[in-house]
Design a protein around this ligand. Sequence first.
Ligand code: GSH
Length: 228
Amino acid sequence: MSSKKVVELFYDVVSPYSWLGFEVLCRYRNVWNIELKLRPAFLGGVMQGSGNKPPGLVPNKFQYMTKDLPLLSQYFEIPLKFPSDPFEAIFKKGSLSAMRFLTAVQEREKGGDKQLEQVSRELWRRIWSEDKDITEPSSLSEAAKKAGLSDSDVKELLQLSSSKEIKNKLKSTTQDALDFGAFGFPLCVCHVDGGPQMFFGSDRFELMANCIGEKWLGPQPEKSAAKL
Ligand code: GSH
């Protein structure tokens, strides 16, 4: 039996803070004694289900994000860049088709999450680094191919993503996040002895490390460990 602590990460590629949380946990999955479970979910559904509203719709919060994200990008060494029209990219276009696609990738990849990890990263890179679309089938296809999937994989995944099964799977993962008390992403749920402990945001890693009995070594644990 594995003694690894299970850490679930609920995320949506429309969320730049989720990208930070995702990359940090991918870096730490070999440093901390954890089993990382990636849970692609739909942030729009979490906002609706929790009665919250996106920070980008509160003018002062949006202004703050335009300053906060470049600083975080540098600190975490993740190439975040605002889309040229953030409102169109985030709110008009949104991420429903991208999250259904990722749900299909996960469903088809039973037993591993290497493809899910790579395709998620490529979709974030498109919307939050390269100012590119993530809604059209051709965009999803490009991201998946960059992640190493074949033409026939992509064709199958595009079909699967519009199936009832996948739509329901995304809904149920989103509901799982809401059941843990989600009101935004990223949401990390650490399964510790006292039960599940949730952390909202990509700025809770120090506290999370303390909760699971590990050490926070900064955003680049491999680099800082090498310096010790
Ligand atoms: N302080 C958090 C961090 O640094 O990660 C902010 C995370 C955040 O603003 N996430 C957005 C969200 O869901 C999505 S990108 N916010 C909900 C809220 O702020 O209530």
